[in-house]
Ligand binder design. Structure first.
Ligand code: SF4
Ligand code: SF4
Length: 346
């Protein structure tokens, strides 16, 4: 199972589509449970993947070190904005199987949404990891919003040749930043995806694989299916809050349905499961899309516009389906090889 460990609800940025720190009364800024309790819980799962998450997880770097020193897990992952990368020595960074650095693509897009100067700081962190021979999977994790040009921003990150993989999530569901989501989808996102798939297939024909996570992940689901939702939330991915409560999804901090247990009273085998439901059950893309996002599905977010999100999801799946015939060597494109917290469907 994948366990997100929220080390603090606090964040050192205040990104436009997110709003910064969680409210402290829901996601405390300090750990309230004993480390032994977490260790006893996690170590009951021999396949545990620990993903440090926040807020900004590195604000509580000492706790990260304690967990990595004392808790046995099969894999370690971190999702970070990278600004505090120097708080961990390279010994710790080398223990991460995947590092997800938040960056939205080109400098102007990243700095607009995340704050002036953030692009340079994230690139500095990524270059530092590379310079120090970080051996794990370095993933650029984008949020795609109205100023994103998906083709330009993904190609920009690919061309830097710093990251192994690029993943993005659409800023849909809780953000009300959009002026014209429809236009963006029709005149930017869909044409951009088409161009990106073309580029990806051209490279595949030359036996090279561009690490574009949604494309790779959809191929994997087309071949082998996968959890519903693809991120595994509520089924094989759970979140431990700093107060020891266990949630189905790291974002769902203030809704009752998402509280599925706590460190004191549960073991990984008896956490309550939460399933995708509603309109997804009758969708013929359910096996591949997996319902996309448990939180959006359960909360009924973007009720009037959710069909438009489904429309771009189906568009993306069909693009990959149309091009699967060009893939000769599937072994090279199967990704991820464990749930590394990339959600697959943008
Ligand atoms: S495309 Fe929409 S309706 Fe279909 S499974 Fe995905 S989220 Fe559910
Ligand atoms: S994709 Fe949705 S359900 Fe999955 S972790 Fe993200 S917000 Fe939660």
């Amino acid at each position: 199972m994948l366990f997100f460990i929220i080390t603090t609800g606090m964040c050192n940025l205040n990104c436009k589509y997110c709003g910064g720190s969680f409210p402290e009364k829901y996601v405390p800024y300090r750990i309230k449970y004993e480390l032994n309790r977490l260790r006893d819980f996690i170590e009951q799962d021999k396949d545990a993947v620990i993903a440090f998450y926040g807020g900004e997880p590195l604000l509580n770097y000492q706790f990260i070190k304690n967990v990595m020193d004392k808790v046995e897990a099969k894999k370690f992952v971190i999702q970070t904005n990278g600004l505090l990368y120097e708080k961990l020595s390279m010994d710790y960074w080398q223990k991460f199987d995947a590092v997800l650095l938040s960056i939205d693509g080109r400098r102007e897009v990243t700095d607009y949404y995340r704050g002036m100067g953030v692009y340079n700081k994230v690139i500095k962190a990524a270059l530092w990891l590379r310079k120090n021979d970080y051996r794990g999977d370095l993933i650029a994790r984008m949020t795609a919003s109205e100023r994103t040009d998906i083709y330009k921003d993904v190609v920009h990150l690919l061309n830097l040749k710093i990251f192994d993989h690029i993943h993005w999530q659409l800023d849909v569901g809780w953000s009300d930043l959009w002026k014209n989501f429809d236009n963006w989808c029709e005149y930017n996102y869909k044409p951009g995806l088409r161009a990106l798939v073309k580029l990806w297939i051209e490279d595949l024909k030359n036996e090279s694989v561009l690490g574009i996570v949604p494309f790779l992940g959809i191929i994997k689901r087309l071949l082998y299916n996968g959890p519903k939702p693809p991120c595994g939330a509520g089924i094989e991915s759970f979140t431990v809050l700093p107060n020891g409560k266990i949630l189905a999804c790291p974002i769902a901090y203030n809704v009752k349905w998402a509280i599925v247990g706590d460190l004191e009273n549960n073991s990984p085998s008896n956490i309550k499961k939460v399933e995708i439901g509603g309109f997804c059950n009758n969708c013929k893309y359910f096996e591949i899309c997996g319902g996309r996002c448990l939180y959006v599905n359960r909360e009924g977010l973007w009720r009037d516009k959710i069909k438009k999100v489904c429309d771009v999801t189906i568009f993306t799946i069909n693009l990959i389906k149309e091009n699967i015939k060009y893939i000769k060597n599937f072994e090279k494109v199967i990704y991820p090889n464990f749930n590394n917290s990339t959600e697959i469907i943008p």
